[in-house]
Design a protein around this ligand. Structure first.
Ligand code: HEM
Length: 487
C-alpha cells in the first residue's frame, strides 16, 4: 500500500496558537492527551507537523531504532536565525557538518578520558563548600558559578573568581535567552519564518527586540572566552584545556579541525554543560529541604562508608549506592529537560499503520515516561532509594535507570558522563558537610517550600528558601581545610 493512503496518528485538532492548546507545562498536557489519543500523537501547527511520543516504547522504536532518519533538528527560526545559535552543534541538521563538530567533542570528552575533568570538578566542589560557608543564602548563584567554573576551566583553561564574575553573568544572560525561547513553537516565528523580517520597532514585535538583545549576549559568549584563551596561548600562559590543545595541534599541523569548528565546539560545550547541571543541583537542595528523612539516610551512608575525617571523591562512588540512587531520582523526579530536545524526521515513515511525513518535528515526552505509574510506582513522590535494588527492580520490570534524561539515538547527550560526575561529587560533598533544612521567617514560622518548576526548555525549580549550615564543627574544619588541599 502506498504510504499516503495510511492515516496520520491520532491527535487533537489545534488552533493556530499552540500555547492556548497546551497551556503551561506542555509535558503534562501531552501526558493527559495520552489517555485520549495514545502513545503517539500527531498535531499540525500552522502547517508544521509535530509528533509527540508519550511512551518509552514509541521513543525507542523511532528515535533509537530508526536513528538514521530521526536524528535531524527542526529549523528553528527564533533560536538559530534570529538569536544566532547557528554555531551550536546541538541545533545543526543531521549531516557532515554536525558530525565533524560532534566527533571533535567526543575525542576530548568520552568516558575513557575522565581524570582531568574529575580533578577540576572536585576542586570546584570544594570551592562551592567554602563559599557556601559565608553566603549560604546565595546558594543559587553559587551553584551556577560552580557549574560554569568547571566548564570554563575545562574548555578554555580559565578561572572564575569566587564571587562576582563577568563570564558567569554573560553566560547566564545568554543561556536565559536560549532556554526561554528553546521549546519549539514558543514563538510564532518558528512556524511562520517569514515573520523574521518584520521591523523590531513594531509594538507587537517583542520577539524581535528580545532576539536582538540575546543575539549580542550570544556573540559575547562565543567570542570573549575564546579570544582570552588565544591571547593566553600567545603569551605562553595557557593551561591544559580543550581550546589550547586543539589550537596547538592546528599550529603543529597535527590532526585538528579548522579554527571555526574548534571555537564552535568550545562554545557548545560551555553552553550545554552549565544550565542542565545547575537545575539538577537546585533540585537537590529542594528535595533535601522537603525530605529531611531522605537527607538523614544519605548522610548515614556517607558517615558509615567514608567516616568524618575526609571528604568524598569520585573513587568512593561504587561504595555509595544510596547516593547514586538519590542522583538518579533527581534526574527523574522533575526532569531538567521534560521534553528532551526535538528531533526531526528526514524521510517519510510508517509506524503502527500510520504515516508520518518527512519534515515532522518529533518531541519525546520524557516527563511522561518518568511519571508513568506502571514503570515508576508512585511517580510524583521523591524516593531516595527507588534505584537501590537494581536486581529486584529489573525482575519486577520497574524503576529503570533514567538514562532517557540524556536523550536518544545518535543525538544522545555527549556530555552525560561529565554531567553525572559533576552532580554526584557536588551532592556527595554537600551531604558530607552540610545540613539543609526549611528556612524560618521573621515571625519564627517554618517556610514550607513549594515544589514548582519553570515551564521552559531547561526547567529549573522556581526560587525557594532553605537553610544551609555545617553539620558540625568538624565538618566546618574539613570545609576550611580544602583551601590548602593539593588535588
Ligand atoms: C547532567 C546534565 C545533562 C543533561 C540532563 C543533558 C541533557 C541533554 C539532552 C536531553 C540532550 C538532547 C539529546 C537529544 O537530542 O535526544 C543533550 C544534548 C547535548 N548535550 Fe547534554 N545534558 C547534560 C549535560 C551536558 C554536559 C555537561 C555537556 C557538555 C560538557 C552537554 C553537552 C551536550 C551537547 C553538545 C548536546 C548536543 C548533542 C547533539 O545535538 O548532537 N550536556 N543533553
Amino acid at each position: 500500500h502506498p504510504l499516503s493512503s495510511l492515516p496520520f496518528p491520532p491527535g487533537p485538532r489545534t488552533s493556530w496558537l499552540q500555547r492556548s492548546v497546551t497551556g503551561l507545562y506542555p509535558w503534562r498536557t501531552y501526558a493527559k492527551w495520552k489517555e485520549i489519543y495514545g502513545d503517539v500523537i500527531y498535531i499540525r501547527l500552522l502547517g508544521n507537523p509535530v509528533l509527540v511520543l508519550n511512551s518509552a516504547q514509541a521513543i525507542d522504536d523511532l528515535l533509537n531504532k530508526r536513528g538514521h532518519i530521526y536524528s535531524s533538528r527542526p529549523i528553528r527560526t527564533m533560536i538559530v536565525d534570529l538569536i544566532g545559535w547557528n554555531w551550536s552543534f546541538s541545533t545543526m541538521a543531521y549531516g557532515e557538518r554536525w558530525k565533524r563538530h560532534r566527533n571533535l567533542f567526543h575525542r576530548h570528552f568520552r568516558q575513557t578520558v575522565p581524570t582531568h575533568y574529575q580533578t577540576l570538578q572536585l576542586k570546584e566542589a570544594h570551592t562551592f563548600l567554602r563559599t557556601l560557608l559565608h553566603s549560604p543564602d546565595s546558594f543559587r548563584y553559587l551553584t551556577r558559578r560552580t557549574a560554569l567554573a568547571v566548564v570554563l576551566n575545562l574548555i578554555y583553561g580559565q578561572q572564575v573568581a569566587e564571587c562576582g564574575d563577568e563570564h558567569v553573568d554573560v553566560a547566564d544572560a545568554a543561556l536565559a535567552g536560549l532556554t526561554s525561547a528553546g521549546i519549539f513553537g514558543t514563538y510564532l516565528v518558528d512556524y511562520i519564518p517569514i515573520l523574521r523580517h518584520i521591523p523590531a520597532w513594531l509594538p507587537f514585535a517583542t520577539f524581535k527586540r528580545n532576539a536582538l538583545k540575546w543575539r549580542e549576549l550570544n556573540r559575547k559568549m562565543v567570542e570573549n572566552p575564546y579570544n582570552v584563551t588565544k591571547e593566553m596561548l600567545r603569551n605562553g600562559k595557557a593551561t591544559l584545556c580543550f581550546v589550547a590543545q586543539e589550537l596547538e595541534n592546528l599550529s603543529l599541523g597535527l590532526e585538528a579541525e579548522e579554527e571555526e569548528t574548534i571555537k564552535h565546539v568550545a562554545a557548545t560545550a560551555y553552553a550545554g554543560g552549565s544550565d542542565t547541571v545547575v537545575s539538577i543541583v537546585l533540585s537537590f537542595f529542594l528535595a533535601m529541604t522537603c525530605h529531611p528523612e531522605a537527607q538523614k539516610m544519605a548522610q548515614q551512608e556517607i558517615d558509615r562508608v567514608i567516616g568524618n575525617d575526609r571528604l568524598p571523591t569520585l573513587a568512593d562512588r561504587p561504595h555509595l549506592p544510596l547516593i547514586q540512587s538519590l542522583c538518579y531520582e533527581l534526574l527523574r523526579w522533575n526532569p531538567v529537560t521534560p521534553l528532551g530536545l526535538a528531533h526531526y524526521l528526514t524521510e517519510d515513515d510508517e509506524y503502527n499503520g500510520y504515516q508520518i511525513p518527512k519534515g515532522t518535528t518529533v518531541i519525546p515526552n520524557v516527563w511522561a515516561v518518568f511519571h508513568d505509574p506502571e514503570t515508576y510506582p508512585d511517580p510524583m513522590s521523591f524516593k531516595i532509594d527507588r534505584f537501590l535494588d537494581t536486581e529486584g527492580n529489573a525482575l519486577a520490570g520497574i524503576n529503570e535507570i533514567p538514562d532517557a534524561i540524556f536523550g536518544f539515538g545518535r543525538r544522545t547527550c555527549p556530555g552525560r558522563f561529565i554531567g553525572l560526575d559533576f552532580v554526584w561529587i557536588v551532592v556527595a560533598s554537600l551531604l558530607a558537610t552540610y545540613n539543609i533544612t526549611k528556612a524560618i521567617d521573621e515571625k519564627g514560622q517554618v517556610i514550607e517550600p513549594e515544589v514548582v518548576y519553570t515551564s521552559i526548555l531547561i526547567s529549573h525549580p522556581k526560587p525557594f528558601k532553605c537553610r544551609i549550615f555545617p553539620r558540625s564543627e568538624g565538618a566546618k574544619v574539613l570545609i576550611e581545610q580544602t583551601k590548602d588541599m593539593v588535588i
